[in-house]
Design a protein around this ligand. Structure first.
Ligand code: LFR
Length: 492
């Protein structure tokens, strides 16, 4: 039984997970877990990319020390962010964090020159102010020296894979999130690059998940004292990997990948590039096996973690279980937010912003921690209902329930409230979906699993899935009406 390795980097933490396939059962073991703390320097917020690379090496060292022979490996991470490689093959500068404010106003500025329809028709990608297209446009407008010197654009997992192997290639699932990839022509879109004034020569070949993309470079093997390990391009966008691991047994299913972000939608065979999809701001991100993820970003547990961080700054330390306990004791349905309001995107004082949202919308502002957390979690559950109904409209399907995967499934209160808000069951698990999807793509590439559907069957049989049946449906139904009214969202 061979051991393979998945690196999964989230916006808050990363992990190295070893997977073994034992007949029809997957066994996983977390070898290494590490924090991913972005670093503010002056006005700019960066990823600590070299530290992350250091942590990847620690994963390999831990495997070696435990006598694990790693047969292959793959890396996935959050999307849209990138590094630039210069003429000498070295990284230029520190990659920006997608929540950095250098992109403020860039999307509006570009959309005043080029119509949203002409960008959406070429990409099928939702408009998020931090998409790589707007980051690059902001760099261009700021006359960033980065663009003058750059020879190659590499997204975060491509970059880390390059550090490890010395080979440069852009992986498909993550490439689609740039909003510069054209899924009809199946290549980088030259017209879009012309519009933003960025040279097409920066963009290299695109490889599909499952392609063997190199092996550890000799200097790294020597440094760590490890043998040559094959490195696969997996679904390098973490959401792509997470959805590959949804334990669905049939073609038509709805998912919620729940972590820092909440990504909700369905899997489709072809991108849905229609006026309705553009108006609802849905996206079509590339998936495994030629599929696409018709989904919408919801701000997710970021609002909660950033709220907790604010309290921490004030010296009030709460664990997540403590916050959940406080929320469950606070009064129900008191105030609501739309987590997707622009207010909540950048890092900062979330309790204050939640209060200002409530004041703006004529609601009594929550003040106690339990009230704030209750407001966030109820609002998320209700927003999930809103987006699920939009997904149904857009895809012409009706879903019997919702598959919820990712770290958010550990929040049992959120799982239950989501089932209540939807009036449908929630099937929660696995929590480590991205790492498992990363492993699954490697097993398929290695010929150990037949295809994505066999992978999903095996995942379904290997990990516990908790079922949440809806409760208090009538109260939640009433709350949904109130929610739409108070947040100003119109009926789906
Ligand atoms: C989730 C995720 C989302 C993407 C956001 C920013 O981790 O990858 O899919 O929209 O992070 O990159």
């Amino acid at each position: 039984m061979s051991s393979i390795l998945a690196y999964d980097l989230g916006a808050g933490s990363g992990r190295a997970v070893v997977g073994r396939l034992n007949g029809n059962r997957i066994e996983t073991e977390e070898l290494h877990r590490f924090a991913n703390d972005p670093v503010q320097v002056g006005d700019r917020l960066h990823w600590d990319i070299l530290r992350l690379y250091h942590e990847l090496k620690q994963g390999l060292l831990k495997a070696k020390h435990q006598g694990i022979e790693v047969a292959s490996m793959g890396i996935d991470s959050w999307a849209v962010d990138f590094g630039m490689i210069g003429a000498n093959g070295e990284l230029l500068g520190n990659p920006y964090h997608y929540r950095d404010r250098h992109t403020d106003g860039a999307m509006e500025r570009l959309l005043a020159e080029v119509s949203p329809a002409s960008i959406f028709d070429r990409t099928g990608i939702q408009f998020l102010p931090f998409n790589s297209i707007f980051q690059l446009y902001a760099l261009k407008k700021a006359r960033s020296p980065l663009l003058r010197e750059a020879q190659r654009f590499l997204m975060i997992p491509d970059l880390l894979r390059y550090f490890m192997t010395g080979e440069m290639a852009s992986e498909f699932t993550n490439a689609t999130t740039t909003q510069l990839y054209n899924p009809i022509d199946k290549q980088w879109d030259s017209q879009l690059l012309k519009w933003i004034g960025v040279s097409e020569s920066l963009f290299g070949p695109i490889v599909q998940p499952g392609v063997l993309a190199g092996e550890l470079r000799p200097s790294l093997m020597e440094e760590l004292g490890v043998p040559a390990i094959p490195v696969y391009a997996v679904a390098e966008h973490d959401t792509g990997s997470a959805v590959a691991a949804v334990p669905a047994l049939h073609r038509s299913f709805a998912y919620l990948s729940c972590g820092t972000w909440s990504l909700m939608g369905t899997e489709v065979d072809r991108p849905v590039i229609t006026e309705q999809a553009r108006e609802l701001n849905f996206t079509n991100e590339g998936g495994v096996n030629g599929t696409f993820r018709l989904l919408k970003n919801i701000m997710g547990l970021w609002v909660l973690s950033e709220t907790r961080r604010e309290w921490e700054r004030e010296g009030r330390i709460y664990s997540f279980p403590e916050l959940i306990a406080l929320a469950s004791q606070a009064p129900a349905f008191a105030t609501y937010i739309d987590p997707d309001d622009d207010l909540f995107l950048p890092p900062g004082n979330m309790p204050e912003r939640i209060r200002s949202f409530c004041e703006r919308t004529g609601q009594k502002a929550p003040s106690e921690p339990g009230e704030l957390v209750r407001c966030i979690l109820e609002s998320l559950a209700l927003k999930y209902r809103y987006v699920l109904e939009l997904t149904e409209q857009l895809s012409g399907q009706r879903f019997d329930g919702l598959h919820m995967v990712g770290g958010g499934v550990q929040n049992t209160l959120l799982c239950q409230w989501t089932a209540n808000a939807l009036g449908r069951p929630v099937w929660a698990g696995p929590a480590e979906a991205s790492a498992i999807g990363n492993l699954a793509v490697q097993w398929i590439a290695r010929g150990e699993l037949a295809d994505i559907w066999e992978a999903r069957r095996v995942i379904q049989g290997s990990f516990p899935i908790s079922v949440y049946e809806p409760q208090d449906v009538e109260q939640w139904e009433n709350a949904y009406g109130e929610y739409l009214r108070k947040t100003g969202l119109s009926k789906a």
